[in-house]
Design a protein around this ligand. Structure first.
Ligand SMILES: Nc1ncnc2c1ncn2[C@@H]1O[C@H](COP(=O)(O)OP(=O)(O)OP(=O)(O)O)[C@@H](O)[C@H]1O
Length: 303
């Protein structure tokens, strides 16, 4: 399947600081791509380069299979974005704000009602923006970014600073866009729980480098509980398990395998004991996605 966004060794330095280092984004049509990483990881810098707001130091960006440097205007006409807090005329209504933008973009007037409907702001269309909650302002920002009917929507930390109900509203809105309107979405966040509840695909960056890029399911598989057995001879124990058709891993005196039934654990222990191996400890190891994310972003090891 073709990629809507594909970067190759995308890099950006500021003086001596390498903010983005050889990032290879691969984003397919209809995905909600969660671009995840701690503050300062390089997410905004990457997004700014995708939007043509900043020139890469090296590497290439292809969007809709076209080179961004060669077909910038054509490409960006199909991209909507919400980066940083959008600015409005506070004394004007939501409708009037969108109307001002609509004139610049030259899209039909009917599109205003459509986007207000998409972001569920129709009832507030004639209210002044200065009375809006932060969540409503963000939704209006998304409405504005949808005016020209983009195929790709890029949102940089859209739920930053919102209260829980505002976060839920934005989350539900984002989840609807690919299925109902065929859009592809890139959403950046430093919160794993947020990406976990929205994204279909995840890219994790830390210190400018991509350390993980796969489906959300693949990410969740890392959080599957494991059973860890401490034995007198890990290598020998592991071999005897493998010889008995049991999938396991070992490191030093620890053997681990995916969580399974009590009977299977008993069977595994029995095999080990029969081989003359002492079993010191059998433990279940549970790692939450949060643990994994922290381990990925604080450790040096890339997955
Ligand atoms: N215009 C700039 N000039 C100099 N350094 C910059 C500039 N923009 C970003 N940086 C640096 O690049 C690094 C990556 O920043 P970036 O804003 O892309 O990270 P981020 O992942 O979006 O984090 P945050 O969520 O805090 O915005 C940071 O160390 C930042 O200080």
């Amino acid at each position: 399947m073709e990629y809507i966004v594909q970067t190759e060794n995308l890099s950006k330095s500021f003086g001596k600081e390498q903010a983005v280092s050889n990032i290879n984004l691969k984003i397919r049509k209809g995905e909600i791509y969660g671009f995840l990483g701690p503050n300062g990881a390089g997410k905004t810098t990457t997004i700014r380069m995708l939007l043509g707001l900043m020139k890469p130091s090296s590497g290439t960006i292809k969007m809709f299979q076209k080179d961004l440097t060669k077909e910038r205007i054509n490409i960006l006409s199909k991209v909507g974005s919400l980066v940083e807090n959008p600015s409005y005329y506070p004394h004007l209504t939501a409708y009037e704000n969108l109307e001002a933008l609509r004139k610049i973009l030259g899209v039909p007037k009917s599109r205003i009602d459509e986007v207000l409907e998409i972001v569920r702001l129709k009832d507030a269309a004639n209210k002044k923006v200065k009375g809006f909650s932060l969540g409503m302002k963000q939704r209006l920002g998304i409405a504005a970014s949808l005016l020209h009917n983009p195929e790709l929507l890029i949102l940089d930390e859209p739920t930053n600073g919102l209260d829980p109900s505002g976060i839920i509203e934005i989350r539900n809105l984002i989840k609807r866009l690919p299925s109902e309107y065929g859009m592809t979405i890139i959403i950046s966040s430093h919160l794993l729980s947020e990406i976990d509840q929205m994204a279909t695909q995840v890219g994790i960056v830390t210190k400018g480098k991509m350390i993980f890029q796969d489906s959300i399911e693949a990410m969740r598989r890392f959080a599957q509980p494991k059973v860890v057995i401490k034995v007198s001879d890990g290598e020998k124990g592991w071999r005897s398990l493998v010889a008995n058709g049991i999938k396991a891993e070992h490191k030093d005196d620890l053997i681990s395998f995916d969580e399974c039934s009590d009977e299977k654990v008993a069977h595994i222990v029995q095999i080990l004991v029969q081989e003359g191996i002492s079993v010191y400890r059998v433990e279940e190891e549970k790692r939450s996605l949060e643990d994994i994310f922290l381990q990925m972003t604080t450790g040096e090891q890339a997955l």
